[in-house]
Design a protein around this ligand. Sequence first.
Ligand code: FAD
Length: 413
Amino acid sequence: MKFKQRLQEPARDLPVMGEHDVVVVGGGIAGVAAALAAARAGSKVCLLEKVCALGGLATVGNVIIYLPLCDGKGRQVIGGIGEELLRLSVEGEEPVPEIRVEPVPACWERGGDLEERKKHRFRTGYNPITYLYKLEHLLLKNRVTLLYDTRFCNVIKEGRHIRAVIVESKSGRTALLCKAVVDASGEADVCVAAGEKTPSIGGNVRCGWYYYVDARGQVRLRPLTDPGYMPNLRKPGVKYIDFRGDSAAQVTAHVLASREMMMADMEAIKAKEGGNPYPIMIPTIPCFRMSRRLSGKVTLKPTDDHRWFDDCLGMTGDWRKAGPIFCLPLRSLAAVNTANLITAGRCMSSTGDTWDVTRVIPTCAVSGEAAGAAAAFLAREDEDISFFDLDIPTLQKHLRRRRVIIDKSLLAQ
Ligand SMILES: Cc1cc2nc3c(=O)[nH]c(=O)nc-3n(C[C@H](O)[C@H](O)[C@H](O)COP(=O)(O)OP(=O)(O)OC[C@H]3O[C@@H](n4cnc5c(N)ncnc54)[C@H](O)[C@@H]3O)c2cc1C
């Protein structure tokens, strides 16, 4: 965005709030997976999050369907933290159909029916409140330092390396020294600050998954989205309202328009069903599907379906249809010009229809685990090397030991 006026900010000393091997920016599913993977690989990790909860869209956005870990043909393509977080989402929960709390399908339990796995996808639906609480406990148990109500603002770079991230919180404007940074902000905020190329798209329609109490007193989930959220879903002649996620004005416009839509929807339900239905929980973060991302050395695209990359650090299926399998290469995660910056989640380098695959919860967990493990490996190095200098077979071996699926043979079948 171009501004008419600019001012020079006076230089000032910054207090150093801490020193960590790995700083993870953003506590959505990608950030949680990254922090966990880095901590388990031996790093001292700090995760900073601007709201006061973990999970991002997957909890405070009320988006509660943990999409599948399988390829739709009965084969599991996501393991590791992706599976751990899926199982955690429903651990100890009873099914509640009205709010779509749905357990792991029986066929996907150990020893489950292989034929049934072709008919039922490996997914869950969960309660966002109990889930965010479980995610917090998981990170604390793994000795991750959590900083809530803390907003990433900028980086301090020396040459091609980030030496510190600058944050703002109740402690004021402070710095966190670090050896590697994971950008799991969803909107590539760190990449922008570090001067990476970050394409941005419009096309975000109004949406708001909300909970309400119906006329009979039953809590229900309403998964409300304007149709046409992808260009290929749009009908000719229909006018869609598009928003971008890369400016304060656009974010605010999207939040306000989405809120109007939810309230109008509630009125329509009232008019149709009578009684006194009322909303009880609306999303409390902006709900953008795809807005701004890294432009990496590799940008995943539809023709990469079933393509092997030698630097593959995880795999994913396609939640929309059976068959496709994508590999997530290190080159689609690591920043191009900033040696110690790597992305995870919906701001990794992916485009078109394939962005709609890499942005969903299970795939964000895969890219998160890959980015977190890679960041921990980089932080161990004494030399100032870049993510592209890491020994890929060693990293793959580490991830496989953690039950991440990196299996070329899945692409041949
Ligand atoms: C309406 C809608 C419906 C969806 N439905 C589904 C579904 O049914 N199933 C599914 O699997 N996926 C679904 N998705 C997609 C999925 O929920 C998200 O894409 C995924 O959860 C993104 O995870 P993430 O960690 O990459 O990003 P986010 O969840 O966006 O997390 C990013 C985190 O970073 C924080 N942050 C951002 N900037 C800063 C900063 N500067 N400083 C500090 N913190 C910062 C944010 O507060 C947030 O917590 C849906 C998305 C939308 C919008």
